[in-house]
Write a protein that binds this ligand. Sequence first.
Ligand SMILES: [Zn+2]
Ligand SMILES: [Zn+2]
Length: 446
Amino acid sequence: MKDFGDRKPRILVAEDVMVVSLKIETALEKQGFDVDTAEDGEQCLEKVKSFQPDLIILDLMMPKIHGIDALRTLKSNPETARIGVIVCTSQSFTTEQRTAEELGAFDFIAKPVQIEELLSKVERFFSPSDIDEQQISTQQRAGELVEEFHPTLDTTRNRFRLWGTRGSIPISGAQYARHGGNTSCMAVHAGDELFIFDAGSGLRNFGLELMKDGPRKIHLLITHTHWDHIQGFPFFTPAYVPGFDITIYGAQGFGKSLKSIFQGQLDMDYFPVQMTDMNANLEFQTLTDTPVEIGGYTIEWKYAHHPGATLAYKIDIDGKKICWMPDDEFLKGYLGSPDGISIDSEIVVDYLPLIEFLSDVDILITEAQYTNEEYPAKIGWGHTSVSNACVLMKIANIKNWIVTHHDPMHDDTFLEDKLNLTRQLMERIGHSIEVSHGYDGLIKYL
Ligand SMILES: [Zn+2]
Ligand SMILES: [Zn+2]
């Protein structure tokens, strides 16, 4: 027991039901405490001044001043904040219990009060081992020194966002809402630089977003010039606004230059406005070397397996390597099982340079467009079957795969099944990794 000198420890019992109050008072006096009583909240606060208790047994449901208000008054006054309070409460009032706890009540006792239980809680309050702990918590709560914690999202961090995850053609409809219907486009925000990979229809929404912050430098990297990778460009608002500085990068095609292909898309026969109406500073740059430094970041590229000159891009963002390879037909024409295919297999030989390119990637954003049932009719179209894509993940030792370039025929329900099938296939070939589906709006902070 804590040393109170010559005096007895003082306990105030604040309880409006006389018979209960008397029962508690008698039991406590028998234990050697100096006890006084109060029959409502108002009297409780008065008695605190005159009686100066060390501990209060406080009933919450009291007339005049509710127990919670009395507790709040006690704890907000530095002179009375150190007085211990054991709250008597009906167990069904959990909100009140929580409030009392936040205000700094020492303990609770359920009504109807069991004397044995009350005595043990009183004893615990007065036992030396608990005094420090009790005082600290009372002090903390009394002064409300504990600041509330409100975590906030840091939206300025390096990140990528998928603006278009559909292959071939944009689609709309409720059944596609979850994945989205815009064609290929990804934005990478690294430091002050902005990289956009592909200009599918998803680019339109991103352009509108960019308009909010005004003119800036933009690096637009094109994997290839099939419609689904450039069709958003005529609708890219920043291209029409003076002050925007846009450099468009792409591979050497087979004949036409990147610029002439972009111009062709804006030909009068296809579109009402021409490239000459675009008031941003537009520059076209053909990539000849790899790796290249763009805006202070290293970007590597490699040809993917897709009709025409099609690239896979890999950007190194402060040591994290993100690869964007929306179109690639891995193991072209292979219809067999994924079991047992390794880096030494004959059918893999042609793909070794790409596998090497992918081997240090942290997050690979690539396709598995066709189911194995669809693939035989589409060999050579430049897209991979699900099981062949899984083999690529295993052989290149990919750790995190985000599937993109979803087929326009595949609705959300179908894609959900396809994703689960993909996971089971990865498990089957012994390379269980993080695999998820890309969708329009997916943001990943790095
Ligand atoms: Zn495509
Ligand atoms: Zn293509």
